[in-house]
Design a protein around this ligand. Sequence first.
Ligand code: UDP
Length: 571
Amino acid sequence: MSGNVEIMLSENALKVLEKRYFAKDEMGVVRENSEEMFRRIANAIASVNPQPSEREFLAEEYYRFMAGLDFLPNSPTIMNAGRPLGQLSACFVLPIGDSMPEIFDTVKATALIHQTGGGTGFSFSRLRPKGAVVRSTGGQASGPVSFMKVINASTDAIKQGGTRRGANMGILRVDHPDILEFIDCKMDLTQVTNFNISVAITDVFMKAVKENTDYDLISPNNGEVAGSLSARMVFDRIAHNAWANGEPGLFFIDTANRANPTPSKWTYEATNPCGEQVLGPYESCNLGSINLEKHLVRNTKGQYSVDWEKLTHSVYLAVRFLDNVVDANRFPIPELEEVNKGTRRIGLGIMGFARLLMYLEIPYDSEEGLEMAESIMSHIQEVAERTSQELAATQGPFPYFEGIGTKKRNSHLLTIAPTGTISMIADTSSGCEPEFSIIWYKNVMDGTHLPYTLDYFTEVAQREGFWSEELPSLIVKNHGSCRGIPQVPEKWQMVFATAHDISAPWHVRMQGAFQKYIDAAVSKTINMSQEATIEDVEKSYLLAYDLGCKGITVYRDGSRSNQVLNLGTGS
Ligand code: UDP
């Protein structure tokens, strides 16, 4: 098979790669191009394949898979495969025990993980509450939030692999006595800035919310009831803060534990920073995402449909690739290696879903949109499961397999990551999210910024006869959306949906549709308009819980003063 796949990278993608991903020498000079980068990754991952006879063939297949932008692994794999660091996973959870040595061992492990580009999640729920007695000193404990600040400060000091700042997730159970302090800890936007925070919500709590009763707070150090709170009051406070600045998120901890295939090893207490991976202590996951925009076929009439055959092959190959990543991975501390080899967890996901829907002429916020999400994800699930079972037949199941479910090579297979950077490299929409805007600005030579619309939108508008020179500026004035612009026919207003056109319940229903076929979790933001109310936030929480989601994050437009992406000016 010849290796000359044409690598079609956008200008933006090349900039990202040059800045962060291409290998550089000691002087910081780029020493790699995109072909060499994809070859480096493909060779490193194929070289650990258990059957030596397959290695050369797989190296070529993996190369073509990535160079064609059909699939990309998560950033640490792109940056570190075949290079000295060799750490390939994006997601980690580390335990925080209720003692100084345990806490500071974890601070050290966190620093080492951040250096390799991984993100870390922690549950602070085992720490005794603020004011509890410290036996060795007779003093008083400073509580979970104070230790989050320690990790936050250490994160500030370490840049991930010299390229990105460390990302953390802090989680506290809703029945921890310090829960109110935790819920408010990011209201001051200068505090714990390197953390996302989520409240671990129990079924008992949700029942108390629905029945408007009190629930017990439990001291983790002695298991005793330390008081009680009104569930509605706590629920309102979480929703208020999320409405005000996007945090905390919710993590439905009992839902997550009902899907635990290794309950004798651990109960889940935390997730990675963006919430798509619920992990046990020292567990990690390497991710990879299939670019759905590259899984379409066009017929002679110019209509698009899903290329199911290609998708089947891509899922098969991606599972093989990610399973090989488990063996190629190098971890900074031995506990991580031991657990990762025990579960062999992988996280195959998607990107470009919103673009796929546009080509198929299906609105994101429609029953048909949900059905397409389910068709695609159930297909991916079926092929991924089959592939992992086949690998188990020849190479054995994951060592921590406890006989729960079918015998597979990997404890977990599927997820939906944010794909924040890799979707930029592939030049497609991120994860399962809608497009944020259908218009961007291009920097031109003289420093001016020219608006330009999504290529496919321009193509359709010209073909269907509703294009005009002033359409881009009308879209800019319309917050990056074409909905409500009279010259755009209603059908296309619906098809070219943006995040802010889509009401919160549709966002949640889409998350729920994907979650049905995913063993890990889904990273998704429930975008709300500026006018949304606290009650709207609460309704989304209840819907997400009832649909079986493992968590939920809402974001009300404009609620954070330092909002990174402004409508109509995304890049
Ligand atoms: N992540 C991180 N730092 C970052 C971005 C991401 O540690 O700046 C971790 C985090 O655990 C997140 C995961 O990587 O949940 C996947 O994020 P994403 O899909 O955006 O990563 P990409 O591979 O596109 O860089």
